[in-house]
Every structure is written in C-alpha cells, then in structure tokens.
Write a protein that binds this ligand. Structure first.
Ligand SMILES: Nc1nc2c(ncn2[C@@H]2O[C@H](COP(=O)(O)OP(=O)(O)OP(=O)(O)O)[C@@H](O)[C@H]2O)c(=O)[nH]1
Length: 183
C-alpha cells in the first residue's frame, strides 16, 4: 500500500499554508509523514501537492497533473495513482496532523479491496481513507466532468470505520487556527 499525504489545497480558512504550520517543532506534513513511515505499513509514503508549493517541502513530492490542477483532492489522488502505480492508497489530508500509527493500522486491518474510510457521529472522513487503484478511471471521469466530490466514488461496498474504535481525538481536522485549541 502507498501512503499519500494530500497537501495541495489553498488553506483559505486557515489563513496560511497548513502543510507548513509548525506543531511541536515540526510542520504538519512532517508529523504525518513520520507517523506513516513509523507505522511500517507502506511500501512508500508520498506527498502530493500543487506546482506552487512543491519547492517548499524538504522531500520529493508528486505534483498534481496539470490537466486537472486546482480541482481539489481528487486531482491529488489521481496524480499519485498515475505516478506511483500500486494496488491501493492510504490517503490522509495534511490537516490531520494528529493521526496515529494505531489509527492507520486499524483502518488497514479492515481493508478488503473496497474504499474504507473513517467516520464519526457527524461526518465521514473521506480524507482518512483507503482507495483502490481500480477507481482511477472513475476518478478521471469525475475530473473531466467536474464532479469533484470524493464521496461520489462511494458505493454500497464502501466500508465505514468508527473513529471511536481508537481512543483520542487523533482525527481532528484543522481547518481554522482555532481548531488547534484544545486538541
Ligand atoms: N494535491 C492536491 N491536494 C488538494 C487540492 N485541494 C485540496 N487538497 C488537499 O485536500 C485536503 C482537503 O482540502 P480542503 O480542506 O478541502 O481544502 P484546503 O484547501 O486545505 O482548505 P480551504 O482552502 O480552507 O478549503 C487537504 O489536505 C488539502 O491540502 C488540490 O487541488 N491538489
């Protein structure tokens, strides 16, 4: 499985690029990268971003396919599927810096070839999820037709795993600076 850190968004709500926001001496993206590597679950862990941000990372990145630049997370997933062909991809948004190895391992333990994502009582965490490569054609179709919601990929086979299975608020999604308070 390939670990994918999606880090090509605009961070409008946060006010500055979340990927580089420092938390305990490390930028968000580095926290997630270190946790994914530490989990030992991945053949490779890749950062995916847009052309503008690419040079700001301290490690090699996969840049969004220029045909679909600026279209959101689906562009990121599609670009990685193209550049790093593999069976499946564990996708994590860069604004989820508290992810733990336990949470990663738990989701993987439920994966049986269909989309597998976390959810809580209020929302589905589509960007803490596993996506098989078999979706690539459908993702490209969605990009071409500008159906840009990841949820559009979900079907009756999609598996939802409760975040409560793993204690803690490791799934906190940091969209605004205030979201960091009390985590
Ligand atoms: N590679 C890539 N990642 C993206 C793109 N758009 C969003 N993302 C990532 O997808 C995840 C979810 O993004 P959002 O929360 O929807 O948007 P955001 O740009 O981070 O923040 P806002 O501008 O405040 O909506 C984040 O990790 C983003 O970095 C894109 O066009 N390309």
């Amino acid at each position: 499985m390939i670990g994918v850190i999606l880090a090509g968004g605009e961070s409008r709500r946060f006010g500055s690029q979340k990927a580089f926001h420092m938390l305990d001496g490390k930028p968000f993206y580095q926290h997630i990268h270190d946790t994914m590597v530490k989990s030992g679950c991945f053949e490779a862990v890749v950062i995916n971003t847009n052309e503008v941000l690419a040079s700001r990372f301290s490690m090699p990145v996969i840049v969004d396919d220029s045909q679909y630049a600026g279209l959101g997370p689906l562009t990121g997933i599609y670009s990685v599927m193209n550049e790093v062909p593999y069976e499946s991809y564990f996708v994590i948004s860069v604004d989820t810096p508290f992810i733990t190895t336990r949470a990663i391992e738990h989701l993987i333990s439920h994966y049986q070839g269909n989309i597998t994502v976390y959810r809580d009582s209020e929302q589905i965490h589509a960007t803490i999820g596993i996506y098989p490569v078999t979706l690539k054609t459908m993702i490209e179709h969605q990009l071409k037709t500008r159906c840009l919601s990841i949820r559009q990929l979900f079907d009756e086979q999609t598996k939802y795993i409760d975040v409560g299975d793993i204690p803690g608020h490791w799934y906190a999604n940091i969209n605004h600076p205030e979201d960091l308070k009390g985590v």
